[in-house]
Design a protein around this ligand. Sequence first.
Ligand SMILES: Nc1ncnc2c1ncn2[C@@H]1O[C@H](COP(=O)(O)OP(=O)(O)O)[C@@H](O)[C@H]1O
Ligand SMILES: [Mg+2]
Length: 346
Amino acid sequence: MHKHAPKIVCKGVWKIFGDHPKRILLSLDPGWSKEEVLERTGHVLAVRDVSFQVREGETFVVMGLSGSGKSTLVRCLTRLIQPTAGEVLLDGEDLLRLEEKQLRELRRHKMTMVFQHFGLFPHRRVIDNVAFGLEVQGVDKAKRYARAQEVLEIVGLKGWEQHYPGELSGGMQQRVGLARALAVDPEILFFDEPFSALDPLIRREMQDELIGLQSQLQKTIVFITHDFLEAIKLADYLAIMKDGEIVQMGTPQDVILHPANEYVREFTEDVPHSHVVTAQAIMRAPEPDDQPDRCPAVGPETTLQAMVALAAERGSRIAVRNENGDLLGMVTRRSLMLALAGLEVD
Ligand SMILES: Nc1ncnc2c1ncn2[C@@H]1O[C@H](COP(=O)(O)OP(=O)(O)O)[C@@H](O)[C@H]1O
Ligand SMILES: [Mg+2]
């Protein structure tokens, strides 16, 4: 398969909760809001005609306030629930037509999920929690322990193998959840607000960790969050949901620069520092493959806001030069996003 072929295709997906979802869908007045549908029919329009594609190796973030339909959408993508209408293709294969057995195979090998509440088994040691997916696959004990050990090291939990989840902090428990998801080496990872229950500091640490992991692993990721800063930090591509609908989709830069409506604009106002932090503050030393001559150039005092505009139009790196044109440093898309999210640039 082509490296950049769509890995996940979601086409016109609807989910309506209630006694007669299909009938309601057929008789739905397109002008009705979610609230009106509820008042008039007693049905909940949780996901409304959602379409998008996720390419292989991409991190696709779905962001929206609580109740906007994010969890329902991700459950449709994994078929934990059956959509009322629409299509979900994984590598071109129609997920909704799969038999129970094929679905089980898919969940064992191809995709894993990480939730807010870690879902660990309290009576099993950390290593057995991590090895669980492999155990289900029927991998023998020595092999699955070796693999579990490996991923525990990757997520920074070496030495905790024999402990029980209850002995670990929230952040560590979520690392165990992450390790368990990674242990089966899935092609697709679904995250539903995995860091929302963690303290801000730990949350940032986990975000950085995920970015670091993803730069090595290049998995296809669908990440759900209600936190706009988390969204712009992690996303290659971002969808913003309201009342079950996607109201805007684009790169973080697109969304920050050109919010589609008032709802989105309010989130972008949370982005701190964009008018005060400068290129100088976040640039790093040039590296051999930067090709500064091919990048747009800015002065050291240029603000994040202005650089975001440039990056949106002209690619992912920016050269910082003084008045004489001497190269002072480079700003990458990642450092720009980190700075926008109010985080220290490493
Ligand atoms: N099983 C269900 N039955 C009825 N309504 C539901 C059910 N699950 C979710 N909902 C409703 O669907 C909407 C979307 O919920 P959800 O997907 O959980 O949103 P989010 O994850 O963005 O907070 C909400 O209005 C919620 O109350
Ligand atoms: Mg949710």
